[in-house]
Design a protein around this ligand. Structure first.
Ligand code: CBF
Length: 820
């Protein structure tokens, strides 16, 4: 249905008038970027009315608001998605076509706001979209990084990082809100004085401060006129750089202020599942948290309600430990600004904050050196000290004489502030992101806390929004689903996809499904041709692994298996084999050397395999440069096989696995993260499962690992593959290029040998791959399997996840927004 406010004539006029206003251009004169801007402003114009109505409804209906605190929001492009959610995509597409404008081309002009690294940031974006679609008042708080996640270039097979200047042409969907500016202070000294009322008044002197200025981005709900906001904070100097400074000798001070502000929001740290512990990162955390909490309290106080009712009106969900300083900052505001007693402030804080854990990787559990923390945030540190003192006393009284437990659980320990402990102690809810992950938290990583406070712990299995990852990403499949189910309601009730189960044995439906997959594969093949210059055959089996590059995700296992296959094909040239295309996409953190070496290995194998005429194109290997949300949308829909092969116990949940599943990709994977629940939903016969279980991995780890040499010595074909890492086969004769990878697999030069159990799982992976290929030969059976995956993906909608957060944690209420 065409949104009635998006009246064709008016819309066209709006686009033309925006072009004139912004660029003094006509349609004929405008560049594609100018057209994108003009069309986006025309769409924003319509969104504005709903945005205003939503704000009004939130105020009037006084419902509890979810404030999602996150260092990352990987929102992806907005134009296409907003149109989908406004139910206007096709109409705008037609309308623009009449004006000679191609909507698809305009979408490609939009920068991909890469304000996140991977899963955690993308989850935050899906959550905001689902909250809005379901009608819950919510907003996200984050940072307006000047440079988002770097752009990845592959040069000579190596990753090179290029700055992502996403704001260079202006971002049409954001709105600067200087009237909500906050001041954030760092460092200096602190002392107490009595104020005129005789209250203790806390004084901070000689501090540095910056202005936090919010920018809001509309988050459009699907078909319900609701528009929530993502609020991202920019930093500006308090003292404006002006000419007077030259005269007054304040020039240096002005420049310094300018630089402090600039630095804070300059870059997103490109680390996933790993914390570098840099001072600037702590500054970023406090900057956006202090601004967000000050602003939330101001908004609340405007309602005139008693501060003691804050927990009825606001909940702060902390997305991982990154925003945990919120605990102490909220205490600071309640103690020093609201003049509450410690008990009162703690009572409110512990009813307002909740924490989501996203990983068990110890290198990702944030810890800050106390001296840095205290120097940068002196008052906040005092508060953390007091929280720790009281908590440690509680542990001692609960477990008398157990000082080992105290040491394991304390917030301040070994000259460090353990942010995860602070988060758990203060939060009323601690959740993991998949059933297995939550069990591991309860029984291993956070066992002491679970034993002491079991009621806080709960699981919320992740989900993804079908509006972006099915409707926008795969219009052919979406249309087919709507046709078969005779309703579009699956857009907001993904469980309805179960209705497709009735079709999985229907030959006509199977051939439709196969045809749709083929169209998506052709689309991806064109993208690959354009971006990589590689010709791939859409009739081949597309085997895809796209995600951040991390050793635990085991892209290395995948590429070693490709080498194994290559060897087999070369040794048996006559043997008929299934044609396969192995597709990778992954960014490595700039400082993660091993991850970068693995990228180089993948691209080097690709170079050799793709150019070996003797194998006659039986396998091809493609590394897609700059994997990001926008190309992900093209990639998921084209997969036959979805690679989810992390070392069991290491991947908290994964969400790519869900995106593939929805689009009919069949999982080849370990029993890790949400794969476990995917297999539960679709049936083991519709997935290819292999490898050690999480219990087995943990068991080995607790006993110092295993000996990969035994496998190396007993499996000659695998040994050949490993040896090829150091015989120059894939390195133009260079025997040293992949030596570190080789060493990491066989020796314990740098930690445990084969820490991620690649050799250990190789044989069962090889068998799972063989089983998948055998299954693929039977087109009808494969179509059935793929269709079952789509049909059983209902659980993995982020709408389901959000309803569970609301039911168990947030207890918020829906509001009604009247569209104009
Ligand atoms: O929960 C969302 C995702 O978060 C991570 O990406 C993370 O950054 N910790 C995890 O690695 C994923 O497993 C998880 O799906």
């Amino acid at each position: 249905m065409f949104d009635k406010r998006l009246d064709k004539k008016k819309f066209k006029e709006e686009v033309e008038s925006n072009l004139k206003l912004l660029y003094r251009h006509t349609i004929a004169e405008a560049s594609q970027q100018e057209l994108f801007q003009a069309v986006s402003y025309a769409v924003k114009e319509v969104i504005m009315d709903d945005w205003i109505s939503t704000q009004k409804a939130v105020k009037e209906q006084g419902a509890k608001t979810v404030v999602y605190l996150s260092m990352e929001f990987l929102i992806g492009r907005a134009l296409g998605n907003n149109l989908i959610n406004m139910n206007s995509y096709r109409q705008v597409e037609d309308c623009l076509a009449e004006m000679g404008i191609d909507l698809n081309a305009l979408e490609n002009q939009e920068p991909d706001p890469a304000l996140g690294n991977g899963g955690l940031g993308r989850l935050a974006a899906c959550f905001l979209e689902s909250l809005t679609t379901l009608g819950y008042p919510a907003y996200g708080c984050g940072i307006r990084y000047r440079y988002g996640m770097f752009k990845q270039k592959i040069e000579n097979g190596y990753q090179r990082e290029v700055p992502d200047d996403w704001l260079k042409d202006g971002y049409p969907f954001e709105l600067r809100r200087p009237d909500f500016t906050q001041e954030v202070r760092f460092g200096g000294t602190i002392h107490f004085e009595k104020d005129a009322n005789g209250d203790d008044c806390f004084i901070q002197e000689n501090y540095q401060s910056v202005k936090a200025v919010p920018y809001e981005i509309p988050i459009v709900g699907y078909g319900n006129h609701m528009v929530n906001s993502l609020c991202i904070w920019d930093a500006e100097p308090i003292v404006n750089f002006n000419l007077d400074s030259f005269d007054s000798g304040n020039y240096h001070k002005a420049v310094e202020q300018e630089n402090i502000a600039k630095n804070i929001v300059e870059v997103l740290y490109p680390n996933d599942n790993h914390i570098a512990g840099k001072e600037l990162r702590l500054k970023q955390q406090y900057f956006f948290i202090s601004a967000s909490l000050q602003s939330a309290l101001q908004k609340f106080k405007k309602t005139g309600a008693s501060i003691f009712t804050l927990p009825d009106k606001v909940v702060f969900q902390m997305n991982d430990t990154h925003p945990t300083v919120a605990v102490a900052e909220l205490m600071r505001l309640l103690l020093d600004q609201e003049h509450l007693s410690w008990e009162e402030a703690w009572g409110i804080t512990t009813k307002c904050v909740a924490y989501t854990n996203h990983t068990i990787m110890s290198e990702a559990l944030e810890k800050w050196p106390i001296d840095l923390f205290e120097r940068l945030l002196p008052r906040v540190y005092q508060i953390v000290q007091e929280i720790d003192r009281r908590f440690v006393a509680e542990v001692r009284s609960r477990y008398p004489g157990n000082e080992e437990k105290v040491a394991r659980m304390a917030i301040l320990y070994d000259k460090q502030v353990r942010m995860a402990h602070l988060a758990i102690v203060a939060s009323f809810s601690v959740n993991g992101v998949a059933a297995l992950h939550t069990e591991i938290l309860k029984n291993q990583e956070l066992k002491d806390f679970y034993e002491m406070m079991p009621d806080k712990f709960n699981n919320k299995t992740n989900g993804v929004t079908q509006r972006r990852f099915l409707m926008h990403a795969n219009p052919w499949l979406s249309d087919w689903i709507t046709l078969e189910l005779k309703t579009t309601e699956w857009a907001t009730n993904l469980d309805l996809l179960a209705g497709l189960k009735a079709l999985v044995d229907n030959p006509a439906a199977q051939s439709d499904f196969i045809e749709i997959k083929k169209q998506n594969k052709i689309r991806l093949a064109q993208y690959i041709k354009e971006h990589n210059g590689i010709e791939v055959d859409p009739e081949s089996l597309f085997d895809i692994q796209v995600k951040r590059l991390h050793e635990y995700k085991r892209q290395l296992l995948n590429i070693l298996h490709v080498i194994y296959l290559y060897n087999q094909i070369k040794e048996n040239p006559e043997q008929e084999v299934q044609k396969r295309t192995f597709i990778f996409g992954a960014k490595a953190s700039a400082g993660y050397i091993r991850a970068k070496e693995i990228i180089k290995l993948i691209t080097s194998v690709a170079e050799v395999v793709n150019n070996d005429a003797s194998i006659d194109g039986k396998i091809k290997v493609v590394f897609i440069e700059d994997y990001k949300v926008s190309n992900a949308e093209i990639i998921f829909s084209a997969a036959d096989l979805s690679e989810q092969i992390s070392t069991a116990s290491k991947e908290a949940s994964g969400t790519g696995n869900m995106k593939f599943m929805m689009n009919g990709g069949v999982t080849i994977g370990t029993m890790d993260g949400a794969n476990v629940e995917i297999v539960e939903a679709v049936g083991a016969e519709n997935a290819f499962i292999f490898g050690l279980s999480s219990e087995e991995v943990i068991q080995y780890e607790n006993h110092g690992g295993y000996n990969p040499q035994d496998i190396y010595n007993s499996d000659p074909k695998l040994r050949q593959v490993i040896d090829q890492l150091v015989d120059g086969t894939f390195a133009g004769g260079d025997r040293e290029m992949f030596r570190n990878i080789y060493d990491s697999l066989l020796t314990n030069k740098s930690g445990r040998a084969d820490q991620y159990f690649i050799l250990k799982d190789f044989d069962s992976y090889r068998q799972a791959q063989a089983a998948a290929v055998a299954a693929y030969k039977d087109k009808s059976a494969w179509a059935r399997m793929a269709m079952m995956n789509t049909a059983c993906s209902g659980k993995f909608s982020s709408d389901r996840t959000i309803e569970e957060y609301v039911r168990d944690i947030w207890h918020s209420q829906k509001i009604q927004v009247e569209g104009k």
